[in-house]
Every structure is written in structure tokens, then in C-alpha cells.
Design a protein around this ligand. Sequence first.
Ligand code: AKG
Length: 285
Amino acid sequence: MDARAFFAEHGWLVVRDALPADAVEALVQACDAVCPPASYTAAEPGGPVVERIAASRAHPVLARAATDPTLARHAAEALGCRRVQLLQDTLLIKPPGAGRVAWHQDDTYTGFLEPAGSVSVRVALTDCTVESGCLHVLDGSHRWGLVGPLSILSATSVTDTLALLDGAETRDAYKNATPLLLRKGDLSVHHCLTFHGSAENRGTTARKTLILRLFDSTCTLVASRLPSPAMAAYFPTDPDGHLSHDAFPVAYDADSQELTRPTWVAESHPACPEGTARRPRGSSR
Ligand SMILES: O=C(O)CCC(=O)C(=O)O
């Protein structure tokens, strides 16, 4: 089964060895420069997950990776579209002891795009095991539609929307949770309607992940779903409602992209430690 067919059926996929080893090392160094390990080694049990939103603004290697076509191509293939744009990039670090990320669908937070045509591409910067609190997905849940209300640009924490299903349905769903076991350098892709969450890191080392949220360029903005008309200024569109390429850069275009080895490998890595966000206990967004 090819990647597109697998994704259409399951709502997630895994790509092994998605990047060359030196590219992965460059990302790890960039991650550690932006979020120095000394700043999060002492998490108490159930403590916060560290999240640095828009880390690409803090480091050139992360900036290049955020729109790297060799990564974004997996989003386009999964979605079955020609072109994808970057919505957001995030570094997520789960130090030893850090707590769970509640079951949710990303569309709860990104549902200002219509149709629901975005994915998260998650690059493993460390091995991701059950012990280190890897992501779990509910296979096929992207076909359930959105569960619960939208919570766009207003949420301070991730709400467990799986709990909104009928009790028996929720219990059955948990039984089918699939752990996405990744080795360093692998990546996973999940659909914005796929239920996912992660458990506490019971290991002794931090789990580090680079997350790129990418959307099909044919999606349009539903400005009425933004919290206020003023917010539309942050989501410039063309006359047809497609988000602008200046604000949301094209990361992969099947019609114009030549795939090459990532150009950001082996660059210098200046430290830029300020502004690290922490998810409160139970996770936030
Ligand atoms: O990696 C995790 O633990 C959670 C990630 C997540 O919620 C997401 O990628 O949307």
C-alpha cells in the first residue's frame, strides 16, 4: 500500500530515516541551542512539557527545516495535494517526568481552515518509546469528524475531547491506541482530525520532537471562526481566501520543486535561548 492510501485509511503514517544523520544532528544542536537542556532537566513527576512555538524564528537551521521540501513532501503525499504551506512550527520537549498531552484533534485549534486539510509532520530528534511518552494515535479517527467545539487562538491548555464521546465509544477507542515508536531521524505524520495524545515520560532522558504543521494550499480561511475580526490581519489571504504565501510560506510544490538534500546541514548554530514556553501540567497549546 502506498503512503497516500495508508494515510487515507489510517490518518497517520511513519517514515523511517527521513533525514540524513548529519541533518538530524544539526536539528538536535539547534533544538538544544534554542531550548538548553539545563533549563528543563529538573521536571517534577507530571511536570510541564516544554514547547517552543515558532522556534524557526530563533535559529537558522530550524528556519530552513520549517520549509524543507524533503520534509514537507510527506505532508503533500499524505494529503494527496500538490502544494503545502507552513502554518506553524514547534519544538516539543518532554523531559523525564513530564506529564501527558491530553487526547485531542489538532483541528480543534486550526479549524479556521476549510476543509480540514492540514497535517502535523513530527521529526524525532531522539528515540520516541512508550517509556519516553511517545505519541499515540487512534487509528482511523480522522474519519470521525471534529468532536467538540472549536477553540481557535483562545486555548491555554489542550482539552481531552475524546472524553466527549459516549463512554463506551471512548473505552473502545482507548483500546485501539497505536504508539508511534520512532527512532531518532524517523518522522510521523498525522491528520488534523486524527485523535492523538501522549503519556508521561517515565524514562531518564528527554524526548525531543520538531513539529511542522502544514496545510494544503487549496484550503481557505474562514475568517468568521477567528476570535475577532481584528485577528484576520494575521491571516492575510488572496481574493479567493487562500492564505498568503508571504505569511505562510510554501514548503513543497510538486509542480516546481526539485528535491535535493537539505541545504541547512552543517551550518553554524548560534544559541538563542530566550522565550521558551512551557506547557502547564496536563499540557497546553
Ligand atoms: O508529541 C506530543 O507529545 C504531543 C504532540 C501533539 O499534540 C501534536 O503534535 O499535535
